[in-house]
Design a protein around this ligand. Structure first.
Ligand code: ARG
Length: 452
């Protein structure tokens, strides 16, 4: 018989029972459920709501169950993880176990479990992001002078360095850490005491439970507490942005490794072959990360849609939060792990990158800027250099291989020193403002990132 079936005459239909059950997925909350119950029972004992002896027996029993959970005991046979833990406890210590649920509902209990799970998961993902950022920083450090083309509209735009390019992604992952830290503030508030929806008449000490579990405070409205999953949406949104950043990075790796681009070579350890075409080496890891991004976006939309239109307070719809949240966490963790392992294995074809950066008139802006520095309005300089580039294209030569007479024909302001200005290395060096690609500036930011 169900623990809630006092008022029931008939028993639950088998299909309905299966449909209702969340144990198959919420069993991974077991350690958090037990941790929460230990704090709750301790507080009940301290407040004299149950006897000290009962509280001690419950805590000892729960600790035993926790050990068994950690050693992989099968979690099955109950409606959800909360009922399973209570059932185990009652089997273990007898009727005293039935006192555990005093002043508590599964509605505030499940909110607590998800918050405890997310707090740990957020800390883990922050650690994984930090590892990725330091991996990026290490590779960037040895490539401060590795010149590569930068693109806009997927057309070659200006030369930059591999370090500058990689640290662009480091900035994104740093913002992801910030977002998770911010989300953690709202996760780390203690919900127990909200009961089913309107609190409890027992004189429990919510602050003591918060203290025992390391929360920053307690929630302030019981109706809100049992119906709030904003923190889950925030977490899923933060995960969506992480995946979006990973997906963009991996998209670049995918086409940089094509025969057409040939900027990077994938290591055998992280590429796979074709069952039919013997010549193939495919970027499956990057493609999978790009593909899995959709699951996380989907989970975020599922959570928002599940919550939209829910009246106060708890509704069983909310049981659907867990699989979405778990899938976000698992997908992000696995993607970060594989990507962080793969990144150092990429081989950069530096000659080809240099050549690609030097081609395509990527120094044309600098040529125009040269004229501006000599007093020509930018729009006129742009026009003059446009005609020069056209001539260079006709001659099939880069700008810095044109004779000075061609420069002079475009503008009288050109002098012999323009050839030095147009060298790709000098073009990169010239962008020495904050955020620019000059190796000195990038080195400075790299050091800041490493010190974070
Ligand atoms: N399994 C439920 C969930 O995940 C736990 C809360 C159930 N509460 C209830 N009143 N039926 O949301």
């Amino acid at each position: 018989m169900k623990k809630w079936a006092g008022v029931f005459d008939g028993s639950l239909d088998k299909l309905a029972d299966e449909f209702n059950s969340s144990l198959s997925f919420d069993k991974r909350l077991a350690p958090y459920d037990i941790q929460g119950s230990i704090a709750h029972a301790t507080m009940l004992g301290e407040c004299g709501i149950i006897s000290k002896a009962d509280a001690d027996a419950i805590v000892a029993g729960l600790n035993k169950i926790l050990t068994e959970v950690n050693s992989g005991i099968a979690i099955e046979g109950e409606e959800d993880i909360h009922m399973w833990v209570e059932e185990c406890l009652t089997k273990l210590i007898g009727d005293t176990g039935k006192k555990l649920h005093t002043g508590r509902s599964r509605n505030d209990q499940v909110a607590l479990d998800v918050r405890l799970y997310l707090r740990k998961t957020i800390d883990d993902i922050i650690g994984e992001l930090a590892l990725l950022i330091s991996t990026i920083a290490d590779i960037a450090e040895s490539n401060l002078g590795t010149i590569i083309p930068a693109y806009t509209h997927m057309q070659k735009a200006q030369p930059t360095t591999l370090a500058h390019h990689m640290l662009a992604y480091a900035e994104m992952f740093l913002r992801d850490i910030d977002r998770l830290k911010d989300c953690r503030k709202r996760v780390n508030i203690m919900p127990l005491g909200a009961g089913a929806c309107c609190g409890t008449g027992f004189a429990i000490n919510r602050h003591r439970v918060a203290e025992l579990l390391g929360f920053d405070g307690v929630t302030q409205n019981s109706l809100d507490t049992v119906s709030d999953r904003d923190f889950g949406v925030e977490f899923a949104s933060a995960c969506s942005l992480i995946m979006m950043h990973l997906s963009r990075y991996n998209e670049e790796i995918i086409y940089w490794s094509t025969g057409e681009f040939g900027y990077i070579t994938l290591d055998d350890k992280f590429s796979t072959g074709s069952s039919m075409m013997p010549q193939k080496k495919n970027p499956d890891m990057s493609e999978l990360i790009r593909g899995k991004t959709g699951r996380v976006f989907g989970a975020t939309v599922s959570l928002l849609t599940m919550l939209k239109g829910l009246p106060l307070a708890y509704n069983k719809d909310m049981q659907e939060d867990k699989e979405a949240i778990f899938d976000c966490a698992d997908t992000v963790s696995k993607s970060l792990a594989i990507f962080t392992a793969m990144l150092p294995s990429l081989k950069y074809n530096k000659e080809r990158l240099y050549k690609a950066a030097a081609e395509g008139y990527t120094n044309a802006t600098d040529c125009a800027d040269y004229l501006v520095k000599k007093g020509l309005p930018f729009r006129e300089a742009h026009h003059a250099v446009g005609s020069l580039v056209k001539k260079a294209m006709q001659k099939k030569k880069p700008l810095d291989k044109l004779p000075l007479t061609d420069f002079k024909a475009a503008s009288k302001l050109f002098e012999a020193d323009i050839l030095e200005v147009l060298k790709i290395e000098n073009v990169v060096k010239a962008r020495s403002l904050v955020g620019g690609c000059s190796p000195d500036v990038v080195r400075k930011r790299l050091q800041e990132i490493k010190a974070l």
